[in-house]
Design a protein around this ligand. Structure first.
Ligand code: ADP
Ligand code: GLC
Length: 488
């Protein structure tokens, strides 16, 4: 089976969040199961500085030519196609925003040209005379690929994965014309228009043959107005084509026994060594080196989705408890400012790192006693899975992938050894405070806490598992796969 996997970021070349992790690892896991995967990324300047990818072809777009560059993702990884449009390759810095942190004003052209190029490559135009069975698109940046392909008489089957419905790629309606989108796609009902504007994500949601999200619970939640971001009607209409496949975790990158970023490696057999990382984490954040303090960590984008404002609201209550709290992330500047201020108010108990830093992210997972993640919604979430693998029980909201990966601590689950974490019962300061207090009380019973840690460390979130589910889905989508299913 030949797959074209289209994404705007992929670890380790370019990553701003979980999509980067997924696109960096899922293609490899698919390849290990026998699929032939080509990973397609924009040729950002920062990526071209990391890899040597010769030009092997070119494609025309509504905004000039894009060169096709080719290499492999790491030595034995999948084939990597880099779409070299000047709006990617001539700009330094992160993928979506300019030097002042604002989205590039021509993002519609950048990702529109990317999508056009991919649609053409998918049907064998340009130098690359290729045949693909499946084009697997991810999030709005690749949303127009299924739309462009929908008017082609001969095309591969298309899958659109929703990693986050809150980001939709909405641009002025005039882009419909400038991006050479065929007139028959311009309708609001079964086309690309959303409240009078062009919606990239609708390209995926309307025109892809199948849709999926990154956890079964989020796949159900988005059918409800509270999570649907205005797209509930469309999603309900496509309900039969929509499924949920939980993301995996890269166990080479996120394994406390081999983690190259942390001062002390450990495993379930040497869990006491985790204390060395705790001491290092306290030192890194300038907190008192108190081994008895219940140290809670948080890593993530500082945005409303992640409930950072709720953590800030809860601080006056939390800071009365015998805990320390460390947080690393970047995002909304108002929230960043409030966090810095709080660190000044409670210097002995709360500290934050504003910025993106892999080493600190790993140190928090390894050194914290528990991990706090009060997301308002969470399509999948990776940090709670890293926390489970690191013996750092997560305290999470009951939503999306958090609900699918964490097992609530109750008398019953404690008895059966299934408990792995804690759910926040109400999304406000009081709810967070209650969940932290519950965690604190279990932590004060060392044997129960150890069982919780070990149960989390036993969970298998390997990519192989997710990749098998994707292969099954791809098989349902291809003609030969459909025929094989019909025979059963
Ligand atoms: P999302 O994709 O919504 O941001 P996920 O939990 O799926 O959330 O993935 C976030 C990924 O980005 C994780 O690998 C996390 O460790 C990483 N990450 C987020 N913020 C930071 C940061 N400030 N420093 C280092 N890594 C970060
Ligand atoms: C999104 C979601 C996150 C998910 C990630 C990877 O950014 O917010 O929950 O884990 O994509 O699928």
């Amino acid at each position: 089976m030949k797959i074209l996997f289209a994404t705007s970021e992929a670890f380790p070349l370019v990553k701003t969040g979980g999509l980067g992790d997924v696109a960096g690892h899922l293609p490899l896991a698919l390849q290990q199961l026998g699929a032939e995967v080509t990973l397609a990324l924009p040729a950002y300047r920062s990526v071209l500085e990391k890899v040597d990818a010769p030009v092997v072809g070119w494609v025309s777009t509504s905004h000039g030519y894009a060169l096709l560059r080719e290499t492999t993702l790491e030595s034995s990884g999948p084939r990597l196609w880099l779409i070299d449009h000047p709006t990617f390759s001539e700009r330094p810095g992160p993928p979506y925003v300019d030097e002042s942190g604002e989205p590039w004003r021509d993002n519609s052209i950048r990702f529109g040209a990317f999508s056009q190029a991919l649609a053409k490559l998918a049907i064998g135009h340009s130098g690359a005379k290729e045949h693909f069975d499946i084009v697997h698109c991810n999030d709005w940046q690749t949303g127009l690929v299924p739309a462009y392909l929908s008017v082609e008489p001969e095309r591969p089957a298309t899958l659109f994965t929703i990693h986050n419905l809150a980001y939709q790629g909405i641009f002025p309606a005039s882009c419909l014309e400038t991006l050479h989108l065929p007139g028959e796609l311009w309708s609001p009902l079964d086309g690309l228009v959303f409240h009078g504007q062009l919606s990239f994500i609708k390209g995926g949601l309307v025109f892809a043959d199948r849709l999926n999200t990154v956890s079964p619970t989020y796949a159900r939640e988005i059918l409800d107005d509270a999570f649907g971001y205005g797209l509930t009607g469309l999603l309900n209409h496509r309900k039969r084509d929509l499924s949920g496949i939980l993301n995996g975790v890269d166990l080479d990158e996120w394994n406390p026994a081999t983690d190259r970023y942390i001062p002390q490696n450990y495993s379930s057999a040497t869990l006491d060594d985790k204390a060395i990382n705790k001491a290092a984490l306290q030192k890194e954040f300038g907190l008192p080196p108190d081994p008895g303090a219940f140290l809670i960590g948080n890593v993530g984008r500082i945005v409303e989705q992640k409930g950072v404002d709720l953590i800030i609201d809860a601080l006056p209550l939390l800071m009365k408890l015998p805990i320390q709290l460390v947080l690393a992330g970047s995002g909304d500047s108002l929230l960043e400012g409030a966090l810095r201020k709080a660190a000044g108010t409670w210097p002995e108990k709360f500290a934050c790192y504003i910025g993106y830093n892999e080493k600190i992210a790993h140190l928090i997972e390894a050194g914290a006693d528990a991990f706090l993640m009060p997301s308002r919604f969470e399509p999948c979430g990776l940090n709670q899975m890293y926390s489970l693998a690191y013996g750092t029980p997560p305290i999470v909201s009951h939503t999306g992938g958090l609900a699918d990966t964490v097992t609530e601590t109750t008398k019953q689950t404690l008895k059966t050894g299934k408990a792995t974490g804690f759910f926040i019962d109400k999304m406000d300061a009081g709810g967070i405070n209650r969940a932290v207090q519950t965690a604190l009380s279990i932590h004060s019973a060392p044997k129960a806490w150890r069982n919780l840690q070990l149960a989390g460390m036993r969970r298998d979130f390997s990519w192989e598992h997710s990749a098998r589910e994707y292969i099954e889905l791809y098989e349902q989508m291809t003609e030969s796969g459909k025929a094989a299913l019909a025979e059963h």
